[in-house]
Design a protein. Structure first.
Length: 513
């Protein structure tokens, strides 16, 4: 059977000039950077091994366009996105799209080529094969239907929250931590790390992602730095890797700290919720004064010393309306600053009135997205928006859980007690020195980390592998259940296409289209 090629009127049809644009087409250091969120969630660590190794295209190959593709018309192009694959947004021009639509799984490449020749007499078989190969590489088509749904590789990375101090110089309105002046001792940190290395190795993991946090981790910088250096030496001895992350409010960064952060290979997540008073009302110092200008000074120092960092924003009823100005400040600069948005997670210590309902969230975030689109007209950042603009939604690669809680994430309190999430520091599931395998401990005692396909409402959702049902603690606190969809589902479902659209626009601007 010969596939029908449908082209509209006056379009020129030259297969050699066709466009398939994805993040894989643009070489950039930033393109695949993983950004850190304020709550140290460890989502997106499960790699997709969907078997999409690009196979040889033979004359008798019968490629098929995948059924699960999301598509959207955008400025004479077509945006495609496969939520079960890790290519991100893929942009086709009309020529490439005509070919993709013709891949019906029944026609051979030879038949397809023959038909294309009627529209483009210069097309040779290799041109057609190359185009179909790039569809397969970007998760749009397959030669093997049995491998078109995601299969997840064993987890290789263990996320660790190292709660080096319980003190903080700020008093944020939404903070879940009961602050004290206690801190972790070096000996406790060392014992924890040893147990974590042992446990990770037993579970077949080869990397520790160490998040030094608190409280304000920079108040215990010497300890964090010493533990980090020790962990890196120990990891090298064991043939393992360490990724070093510092979560900070940014107020105490000096030139010397920035230099040391760079020297010791730290990535930093800086909390900032808005410009000026928009930040200060929810992130004041203990004495009530605003913190924003100190944070801005800290960010400039990190940029000056070349420390990779992103801003982590908590979205509340207080700052939602001010997010467009923050985006303008962060993105409209010579070196744009990436930022991630996390929705406020209610907790017993937070002030009242910070939660935003879905209609208000959707409206507020749409205003932010409109501002980002306006900025993109003149200025396209090289970092991706796929994992940053919609709370726990991570569009860069499929994953089964919204975060690593109860899966591959261990929270260590300054006392050596172990929890499954930093919001559950007050509910430890064990302690170091008890002879227990820490990863097994959080898996056995953690509260039911259900994958999205087992959650009510999510199991057949097209976004289950990118949203994964949202933060399980928020869901539990709102509905009393873990096994159901997020209370923010309406926001996720409505806005995922809009984030994909922004990312596609960004890619097109970066590529000069
Ligand atoms: S349970 Fe929620 S707050 Fe805790 S790590 Fe996961 S997403 Fe973050
Ligand atoms: S929370 Fe909603 S958007 Fe997310 S996977 Fe579940 S049903 Fe889909």
């Amino acid at each position: 059977m010969i596939p029908m090629l449908k082209i509209s009127g006056a379009n020129s049809f030259k297969i050699k000039d066709s466009l398939v644009l994805s993040r894989h087409s643009i070489v950039s250091e930033d393109a695949n950077r993983q950004f850190q969120c304020d709550c140290a969630c460890e989502g997106g660590l499960e790699r997709n091994l969907a078997g999409f190794t690009v196979r040889q295209m033979l004359p008798e190959s019968k490629p098929r366009k995948l059924a699960q593709l999301f598509s959207y018309n955008l400025e004479q192009k077509i945006l495609y996105y496969n939520p079960q694959f890790d290519a991100g947004t893929v942009i086709l021009d009309q020529t490439a799209d005509v070919i993709l639509q013709a891949l019906d799984g029944e026609s051979t490449l030879t038949e397809l080529h023959k038909n294309i020749l009627e529209l483009d007499a210069t097309a040779n078989f290799e041109d057609v094969a190359n185009l179909v190969r790039s569809f397969e590489f970007n998760g749009l088509a397959t030669l093997d239907e049995t491998k078109s749904s995601p299969r997840f590789a064993p987890l290789k990375k263990l996320g660790v929250w190292m709660h080096v101090t319980n003190q903080c110089n700020l008093r944020c309105t939404y903070c879940y931590l009961g602050k004290t002046s206690e801190q972790m001792s070096f000996e406790t940190g060392q014992k924890v790390l040893l147990e974590l290395f042992e446990s990770a190795a037993k579970q077949g993991m080869s990397e520790l992602s160490l998040k030094f946090a608190g409280g304000e981790a920079l108040l215990e910088w010497d300890l964090a730095q010493a533990l980090n250096s020790w962990a890196r030496t120990e990891a090298a001895r064991r043939g393992m890797l360490v990724e070093s992350i510092l979560l900070s409010n940014g107020t105490t960064i000096t030139a010397e700290r920035a230099r040391q952060l760079k020297e010791h290979n730290f990535q930093v997540a800086i909390s900032l919720d808005g410009l000026g008073t928009a930040n200060d009302v929810q992130r004041p110092f203990i004495n009530g004064r605003g913190s924003s200008r100190y944070v801005e000074r800290g960010m400039l120092l990190l940029q000056e010393y070349g420390v990779p960092f992103n801003v982590s924003v908590v979205v509340t009823a207080q700052n939602l309306a001010h997010l467009p100005q923050l985006a303008e400040f962060l993105l409209n600069r010579v070196q744009p600053i990436p930022f991630t948005l996390s929705f406020f997670r209610d907790n017993p210590l937070a002030e009242n009135g910070l939660t935003v309902d879905n209609p208000a969230l959707i409206e507020g975030l749409r205003k932010l997205y409109a501002k980002i689109e306006e900025i993109l007209a003149s200025h396209a950042p090289t970092f991706s928006f796929l994992d940053t603009l919609l709370d726990r939604v991570q569009l860069s690669q499929p994953h089964q859980h919204a975060c690593g809680a109860g899966v591959n994430y261990v929270v260590v309190k300054h006392t050596g007690e172990i929890s499954t999430c930093q919001m559950l520091l007050h509910k430890p599931v064990g302690k170091i020195g008890e002879g227990k395998d820490l990863v097994q401990l959080i898996r056995a005692k953690g509260q039911n980390p259900l994958p999205a396909h087992q959650k009510e409402g999510c199991s057949s959702c097209q976004w289950r592998y990118v949203c994964a049902g949202g933060c399980p603690i928020v869901t539990l606190r709102t509905s009393g259940r873990y096994d159901t969809r997020s209370p923010y589902c309406d926001t996720y479902f409505t806005l995922i296409p809009e984030v994909l659209r922004l990312e596609a626009l960004r890619l097109m601007r970066v590529a000069g289209i």
